[in-house]
Design a protein around this ligand. Sequence first.
Ligand code: ATP
Ligand code: MG
Length: 277
Amino acid sequence: MNATLSTPAAPRGEQRARAFDDGAAPGERADGGAGPIAKGGAPLLDLRGIRTGYGRIEALHGLDVAIHPGETVALVGANGAGKSTLLRVISGLQPLTAGTVTFDGDNLNRRKAADRVHRGIVQVPEGRQVFAGLSVEDNLMLGAFSRRRDKGVADDLEAMYQRFPILKEKRRLHAGNLSGGQQQMLAMGRALMAKPRLLLLDEPSMGLAPLIIEEIFGIITELKREGITIFVVEQNASEALAIADRGYVLETGDIVATGSGEALLNDESVKAAYLGG
Ligand SMILES: Nc1ncnc2c1ncn2[C@@H]1O[C@H](COP(=O)(O)OP(=O)(O)OP(=O)(O)O)[C@@H](O)[C@H]1O
Ligand SMILES: [Mg+2]
């Protein structure tokens, strides 16, 4: 794998991330932008020059990220790097100060969060955020809110119970009674009920025991096989990069490296910083 170092003198937000060659022919570079592209054609999600912050503090300094249909892409980075902020930008929960969010060819900058869900951008938030006082089943049904007139909802609920048998068993219980792993499954099930075209997962493994983490990544791999486009944010970089087609490394608001999941896993500086050496 070839690692291309960024120009150190480049101004903040305009520096090129180190890009790892994934073997794609130059002609396959559909967007002409930084970073390798695993699959040809137009990106499903195209983020350009994304800047945002909290008050006067800028959290993202001009990021470019492209995700192609069917890809699983991981965003890894330390605490406070801006991972959740980027997901909230995509979901329409965090306003931009510069840049564009393009989904399926449409500029979404002026589109509200609910409209984005309707278009198929569905987020599983950090910390699951299930409705603790509602039943498991009501939580799942809330996921289908944006398609409540769709006659397929009942079938999808049944399909969700096939996928997550434990949720069927506990469907009448308050979601607050579930374990952390079960709540993560519920949050993922709730998102799937919205029929996502792009599933955004924010730290799905956070706070879970190792065996449960394996189970959660197994579920993500299954969703990937089913062809759902996935953008997964993780501090657990090794697990996330292992299942991802491509990855981006985010460091205090800048993408500092990008490449195939495998290339990033094997990169010395990524290993040193995020994979425990
Ligand atoms: N609501 C907020 N108000 C002010 N600053 C915020 C707010 N949310 C995040 N920040 C700051 O923005 C930066 C990016 O935060 P963000 O939550 O996006 O990081 P993260 O990569 O998701 O971190 P973590 O791994 O802890 O979830 C941090 O410096 C954080 O302190
Ligand atoms: Mg976060």
